[in-house]
Design a protein around this ligand. Structure first.
Ligand code: MF3
Ligand code: CO
Length: 268
């Protein structure tokens, strides 16, 4: 069943998403040449403390495993769920995806960006641009009365026009009281199929796109997903609300003014 958020739920959901986006925005500024992926993880922990939220990833369970980091940091051929490491130092030309999911007042906001460290190869830049375009095509299809398959098909058509690979084993998802709610939102599919979209649904749309083959492998750590061919991959994600007036991206950072009000404790 796909949860429909009440007005009260949405008030909190908006806050959780804006805070998740603010943490991510700060992390994107922090990521630079010479910084380790563990530094990024610890910076995320600090930003979350400053913004009075907690990581939805830390100790997230998958079977017997618990995720050890505060955010997922995935470099180059790492697709998703990379774990911060002191010996993984960012260098020029790397692309780094940072996936930030936070819990705030019982609701989850989920978003991911991929940043380029300095300059990267033009074909890698094109991959990042296409992933962003695919995400926004998917978001544009998140309209009341449409279907989940409309989002999937919109993402797929942009990715395939670019000639890239689509990771099929992981999907976007509903998000709210839980990080992963119904529906699953694959990054490929057929328009007009799947569950109907209704106002009040909050959806995490997140294309995971590869430069080469879409085949993936999971590292011995049980989490890190890489491309099997070692070529780069990109992941970008927003949490989106379906409204009567169209899709609304919830994971936009707080403005300085909103941040001032928030820090003064006037937003709860
Ligand atoms: N935030 C991720 C998503 O977009 C999932 C994180 S997995 C975890 O669905 F293990 F890190 F929690
Ligand atoms: Co997600």
């Amino acid at each position: 069943m796909i949860p429909i958020k009440s007005d009260r739920d949405l008030k909190i959901m908006r806050g959780a998403c804006a805070i998740a986006a603010t943490v991510l925005d700060r992390l994107c500024r922090f990521a630079r040449e010479g910084v380790s992926t563990l530094d990024i993880d610890l910076a995320a922990k600090k930003y979350m403390e400053e913004l009075s939220c907690r990581s939805a990833c830390y100790h997230y369970r998958c079977g017997k495993l618990r995720y050890p980091g505060y955010v997922c940091v995935s470099v180059n051929d790492e697709v998703i769920h990379g774990i911060g490491r002191a010996d993984r130092i960012l260098k020029k030309g790397d692309i780094v995806s940072m996936d930030v999911s936070v819990v705030w007042n019982g609701f989850v906001g989920d978003n991911t960006r991929t940043v380029i460290i300095g300059d990267c190869a033009p074909e890698v830049k094109a991959l990042v641009d296409c992933t962003d375009k695919a995400l926004h095509a998917g978001i544009a299809a998140a309209v009341e009365g449409g279907r989940v398959g409309d989002i999937s098909a919109a993402v797929q058509s942009v990715v395939e026009a670019g000639g890239y690979g689509i990771v099929e084993e992981f999907t976007g998802h509903g998000v709210g009281r839980e990080m992963h709610e119904d529906p699953q939102i694959p990054n490929y599919g057929i328009a007009g199929t799947g569950a109907k979209l209704r106002a009040g649904m909050t959806l995490a749309i997140e294309p995971m796109i590869t430069l080469g083959s879409s085949e993936i492998v999971v590292e011995p750590d049980g989490w890190t997903v890489r491309t099997a061919d070692g070529l780069p991959s990109c992941h970008i994600e927003h949490t989106v609300l379906v409204t009567k007036d169209g899709p609304e991206i919830l994971t936009l950072p707080l403005s300085d003014e909103e941040l001032g009000i928030y820090s003064a404790g006037k937003i709860h």
